[in-house]
Design a binder for this molecule. Structure first.
Ligand code: GLU
Length: 329
């Protein structure tokens, strides 16, 4: 595809007939839970069901827990999720992130920001401020002011966005518009921020389709804007509903046996976990004699997966399952 040029506030995204390259990009901050495993499986199914590629990336720029990346990858493999090529670790890509920021800076598209978290919070809670959007406090500091502020604390680098809002098309949410704002590219310790690293790595890994949790939908217009600003199309998106516990809250570690290791400790087999997750998808699994077939591996899941009308209904994991009495119990 040719170099993309931003001509309106609607993102250029890969067309639906582009070869599919999907991905999963966990942060190694702990073990994956049932909801994460389901999202990973969904991303894998979407890629593999269209004979696409699937790539893996470990987002290890911060919040790294020792051994978590290895356990996450082993858990995905245990369910039969495979990927093409080597796993990409973001910690190996620091020079690439810095190079892009250097290029944007040379084009006048960045600035240093010295605001503390607290200052931003009080500015964004002012009436009429867009919730969570950076109000541009440091956008027009003079060079003198900047050198003075630099003595107190190193600056973060923000994008000098040329657009206030941007629109993406999502398979489930439809057209989705939100603030772009001058989001952080490099934090004040020099670490690449998630939005920058993720956009650059999706490009580097050739990703054309993102399936991930819908808690990331609100950041997506920013990411698509950055991709287009750098001259490349944004992926196609499917933001999928998160898993909930029986009370309707986002599924969390404290809810019970939620990781593969914890569930195995109760004597439940990986194949049964896969079948449990599979049952949360609409499946074409009814045989001609009327019996239902439940897959016990990702490959078997592919045979019965149907991608009609993805829904935004969350998956509620019942308490009996979290307490270990339903599966295997
Ligand atoms: N690493 C992020 C997470 O685990 C996901 C990033 C993404 O899918 O873009 O929440």
């Amino acid at each position: 595809m040719e170099r993309v040029i931003i001509s309106s506030s609607v993102a250029h995204q890969f067309p639906s007939d582009a070869p599919v390259v999907g991905r999963y990009a966990p942060s190694p901050s702990g073990d994956l839970h049932l909801g994460n495993l389901r999202t990973a499986l969904w991303a894998w199914l979407e890629a593999r069901s269209s004979e696409g590629k699937f790539v893996m990336r470990v987002e290890d720029l911060d919040r790294v827990k020792k051994g978590a990346a290895e356990r996450q990858l082993a858990d995905l493999q245990a369910l039969g999720i495979d990927w093409d090529g080597e796993v990409l670790y973001q910690s190996t890509r620091i020079a690439a992130y810095q190079q892009v920021v250097k290029e944007l800076t040379a084009q006048g598209l960045t600035y240093e920001c010295f605001c503390t978290r607290k200052e931003i919070q009080s500015a964004t809670s002012a009436p009429h401020a867009a919730p969570g959007a950076y109000p541009g406090t440091c956008r027009n500091l003079s060079e003198d002011e900047r050198s003075r502020r630099r003595q107190d604390r190193p600056g973060a680098i923000r994008l000098r966005a040329q657009m206030r809002e941007f629109t993406v098309v999502d398979d489930i949410a439809g057209e989705f518009t939100s603030d772009v704002d001058d989001f952080v590219l490099l934090r004040n310790d020099g670490t690449a921020a998630y939005n920058l690293a993720s956009v650059l790595d999706d490009r580097y890994q050739g990703v054309t389709q993102i399936v991930r949790g819908d808690d990331l939908l609100s950041s997506t217009p920013r990411q698509a804007y950055l991709a287009n600003l750098l001259g490349f199309p944004a992926p196609r998106y499917r933001h999928v509903p998160l898993a909930l516990n029986g009370k309707g809250d986002r599924l969390a570690k404290r809810d019970g046996a939620v990781t593969l290791a914890e569930i195995r400790d109760r004597g439940v087999k990986d194949a049964e976990v896969l079948a449990l997750i599979a049952a949360s998808f609409p499946l074409k699994n009814i045989e001609s004699d009327g019996t239902a077939r439940f897959p016990s591996s990702a490959a078997e899941m592919l045979d019965v997966y149907q991608d009609s009308q993805p829904s935004n209904t969350p998956w509620t994991v019942q308490d009996e399952i979290l307490k270990g009495v339903t599966i295997g119990g």
